[in-house]
Design a protein around this ligand. Structure first.
Ligand code: WT7
Length: 647
């Protein structure tokens, strides 16, 4: 993309932003030359109960991978996100909530947030939750989700938020893996005018979770739901008369703060574990500098709290900074495709952070839906979750931002806790489609297949050479899997699973996953998970799932299915299989295309050649490469003849 248009930093912003380009260059160098000094000084943004004496203690050696930051420091995340602001700016709005129905609004000040979090914490304590216990949260985007997460943090419990779009089975797996005895949910969720039966999903999940003894049910719609005597309690009943103050638990910097499950290239989702001190320093610093968020900004990140973006950039980052964070229950298209822009006008949003898939879907509705709103309050735009194609970037910049607002294209992962590669609005010239340069303390590199670090302009696999405070610490309950997944491919480096290119200006261009993970509408999906859901269907013999380019979602899910002896491929069966996967995993895993096949392309040793399947799914079968190692090369002709994605 070199030779493409470059967007300069607006002069006024360079002058007023936290970081301009000179400061970026100087601080970046310092952060790499002396990480201890840099990160010690950055940690001063938090209030510590007991200061740390040791900053960084990390090893990427595959024999003893260990990541520890600020390890002897003591602090509390909820105190840093709530109490210290309730003391200094009690009447400032902490959470601005906009319901699915535009008529529903709430503004919660820091003082009110403190009361709500304390009350919730006391309810958790009464329910028997102790320091170190895991609490599973299956809630929609309502303020109670924030109260519940911060309440857990306040008493030293570890939250595991499960996206409310996941199926009962997916929820059950995550509850069991985390070993939660308590689940927090709502009667129903509301999205795009439709109700989601959350409590009923929990009931179904709990049939497979004998360890759960308590369910707290937040009333969202008020619709009566089945309540199991002795196990289920309405939150508002439990909270009645409960004190609105609760002491904070002093936590070690390396005590777990949360677990968040994410898909990998193999096996069931991994419980990504983040700890307290380093995570919060990193979320807070990146939130302030990447979005140039000042005291009077109104900041809106559209992510759901069920994903890491919701953790770091709806909740922990902004609240640690005492900012006003907007929480949106709905979807971009309801009641109509102007919704995002109307919310921006209503609340005078100054910083707006969303996903490329949302931008592309709104782009498809045309400019008029945007142009009938003002968006005059906007200063900074951001994107996250997948590569943004230059066309969508330019539309976001010209149409949404009226050519005024820098776009920060932020690359990071659930595992990284916070943003690692990104422009800074007052410092970085922008190239549409590039995540540009590393954040402070971050040392990306591009390696070839053998792990050789490539210099200068290069393309290959993206690794990180050193640790940063927001890095995940382990896979919950399976440290070997952590080492295996991230530190065994390239010795002494963290492997991201992404491919990337670095151009002549040192800018990074993320090219997408190089493993068997696909990115569907900004949601991460393991192809193996969809395959195992498909083969669980009685009529399916074998399945192979790949991603293919999709105009709106970035990638779509393409499933090749072979049926059991005697079964007939029909459209009805294809629909049934799609429904089946929705039910097994959740709507985000629905295959977009199902192709019935007589056989899958396998090597003589039985390994499925996914490269061939990807090419056919892309409708690019002219360059299949070498197929001579296939056990039965004739299956390829059949696959091509029946391909489902034709241009
Ligand atoms: C994967 C991580 C980080 C929060 C949301 C997703 C892709 C993420 C970008 C970006 C290109 C991106 C990568 C990454 N990704 N941001 N700005 N440009 N690709 O978190 O579910 O853990 O997924 O999302 O492939 O590895 P996640």
């Amino acid at each position: 993309m070199s030779g493409g248009e470059v967007f300069e930093v607006p002069a006024a912003l360079a002058a007023s932003a936290f970081i301009d380009n000179d400061k970026y260059l100087e601080l970046y160098k310092r952060s790499i030359d002396d990480p201890d000094a840099f990160w010690a000084s950055m940690a001063g943004r938090l209030d510590w109960i007991k200061p740390f004496t040791r900053v960084k203690n990390t090893s990427y050696d595959p024999h003893h991978v260990s990541i520890r930051w600020y390890e002897d420091g003591i602090l509390n995340a909820a105190y840093n996100c709530v109490d210290r602001h309730a003391d200094r700016t009690p009447d400032k709005v902490a959470i601005l909530w906009e319901g699915d129905d535009p008529a529903e609004q709430r503004a919660i000040t820091y003082r009110e947030l403190q009361e709500e979090v304390c009350r919730f914490a006391n309810v958790l304590k009464t329910a028997g939750v102790r320091r170190g216990d895991r609490v599973t949260i299956y809630l929609p985007m309502i303020p109670e989700a924030a109260f519940a997460m911060l309440a857990a943090a306040r008493i030293g419990a570890v939250h595991s938020v499960v996206f409310a779009g996941f199926s009962p089975d997916s929820l059950a797996g995550r509850i069991r893996d985390a070993g939660s005895a308590l689940v927090i949910t709502a009667d129903e969720g509301v999205r795009g005018g439709r109700k989601v039966p959350l409590k009923a999903n929990v009931d179904a999940a709990l049939e497979k979770c004998p360890g759960v003894s308590k369910v707290l049910v937040v009333r969202r719609t008020g619709r009566p739901v089945a309540m199991q005597e002795g196990r289920d309690v309405y939150y508002d009943d439990a909270a009645e008369g409960v004190a609105a103050d609760c002491p904070v638990s002093p936590m070690g910097a390396e005590d777990p703060l949360f677990i968040l499950y994410t898909s990998g290239s193999t096996g069931s989702p991994k419980g990504v574990l983040h700890t307290t001190g380093g995570y919060l320093v990193y979320a807070s610093l990146t939130h302030q500098w990447v979005f140039d968020c000042h005291d009077d900004d109104i900041y809106w990140c559209t992510a759901d709290v069920g994903w890491v973006t919701g953790h770091s950039y709806v909740l922990y980052g902004p609240l640690a900074n005492g900012a006003t964070t907007l929480m949106f229950e709905g979807v971009p298209s309801h009641p109509d495709p102007s919704r995002f822009w109307e919310v921006i006008d209503r609340h005078k949003v100054t910083i707006f952070y969303t996903a490329p898939t949302a931008i592309r879907s709104l782009m498809a509705h045309g400019e008029e839906a945007v142009k009938r709103t003002s968006r005059a309050s906007l200063r900074i735009l951001g994107t996250v979750g997948e590569p943004i194609n230059p066309e969508a970037w330019l539309w976001y910049y010209h149409v949404v931002g009226n050519n005024r607002c820098p776009i920060v294209d932020t690359w990071w992962q659930t595992e990284t806790g916070g943003i690692l590669i990104t422009p800074l609005p007052g410092a970085t010239r922008l190239k549409p489609g590039s995540a540009t340069r590393p954040f402070f303390g971050v040392e990306p590199a591009i390696v070839d297949a053998l792990g050789n670090v490539l210099d200068g302009p290069a393309e290959g696999n993206l690794v990180l050479l050193t640790s940063w405070p927001g890095q995940m610490r382990t896979v919950y309950g399976d440290h070997d899997r952590f080492v295996q997944t991230y530190f065994s491919t390239y010795k002494g480096m963290y492997f991201t699973g992404d491919g990337a290119r670095r151009d002549e200006d040192g800018y990074y261009w993320i090219t997408g996953r190089v493993d068997d993970v696909i990115n569907v509408a900004g949601h991460r999906m393991g192809t193996a998970e969809v395959e195992s859901a498909l083969v669980a269907h009685p009529k399916v013999a074998e399945a192979a799932v790949v991603g293919y380019p999709h105009d709106i979602k970035g990638q779509g899910i393409y499933a090749y299915v072979t049926l059991m002896e005697g079964e007939t491929p029909t459209d009805t069966l294809a629909t049934e299989l799609t429904q089946w996967v929705r039910k097994e995993i959740g709507p985000i895993a629905s295959p977009d295309k199902i192709q019935f096949a007589v056989g899958l392309p396998k090597t003589r040793s039985g390994k499925i050649m996914r490269r061939i399947l990807r090419k056919i799914a892309e409708d690019d079968f002219g360059s299949l490469g070498d197929t001579s190692t296939l056990a039965d090369p004739s299956v390829v002709t059949d696959l091509i003849d029946h391909r489902q994605n034709r241009h």
